[in-house]
Design a protein around this ligand. Sequence first.
Ligand SMILES: *Cc1c(COP(=O)(O)O)cnc(C)c1O
Length: 366
Amino acid sequence: MQIPFVDLQAQYQSLKDELDTAVLTVMRQCNFILGKEVSDFEQAFADYVGARHCVGVASGLDALKLALEAFGIGPGDEVIVPAHTFIASALAVSAVGARPVLVEVDEASFNLDPARIEAAITPRTKAIMPVHLYGQPADMAPILDIARQHNLRVIEDASQAHGARYRGQRVGTFGDAGCFSFYPGKNLGAYGDAGGLVTNDAGLAEKVRFLRNYGQEVKYKHVVKGYNLRLDTLQAAVLGVKLRHLDTWNARRAAHAAAYTHALEGVGDLQLPRVVTGDHVFHLYVIRTQRRDALQTHLNQRGIATVIHYPVPMHLQAAYADLGYGRGAFPITERLSDEILSLPMYAELTAEQQDYVIQAVKDFFA
Ligand SMILES: *Cc1c(COP(=O)(O)O)cnc(C)c1O
């Protein structure tokens, strides 16, 4: 048996008619740039997360960059980012000329550790960027308290947590802005690059709308120096169809996670993901073991694809040598990079496929 890490084919087959119709409609109308599908999806996604505004942009990285830029964050400023995340969170800060200040994560949740934030705040700090990593909400209550006390913006990176809830409320709606990636493999994914920003701040939404579209208020009236970072109409059409299935898919992911956890509890030295801060939407099911590399090889030999998210911490990447953090700066993050492994996880994973993965993991530790 071959088990892929994600199966976008299976998802397409399950929605083929709806998706084909949506995409062909855009092609027949030839309304490719900021077509009706874009504003329809923005409205639907804003309603879904419970935010007043959504602005569709070209990628998750662009959503983060535009939020930072719209808040006037730039050279000389610092933004607090978890040490353990996909590098795009920090790259957005670098892209506007500010400095990402990394903060160690909490070992149980893999997310930004609120108890370590204050020590990293300086007079240059302008914002905190919690990341809802792997689909689990960051612990927003203490983060928002700290932000309020120090007058900092909160920009959520919700790229892995579409639909996740913290204390009953969807992530992306706690901070000043919530940024989402719709990269194809995300819980809500387009058929190419796409992203979105949600906010209750009308001024921010307007500013990001200008910035994504050459700084135009209306055609050929440029009020700020902008970019071309619009959400593509074809992608919006795909996202509009898929959004209607997101809750069903997230529920299936949670059921798969529960099945993995039930079957693998107590096996070898495995540490299984813990749901500690709210409704986890399991973008990834990430396990830990001291024998990670050997387990990955074993699973690969059985035809099971796994991925390490992420094998080299940001502070040890060549791209971030300039930040001056050495090995040992973030021991938890470094340990995670050596021990974590993401098992196959997607809504369409069948019970038979999952049993095969579980058995292969058990065989390794037997
Ligand atoms: C995917 C991802 C991004 C970047 O999204 P793109 O759409 O690929 O630009 C940012 N942050 C996190 C945590 C992500 O997982």
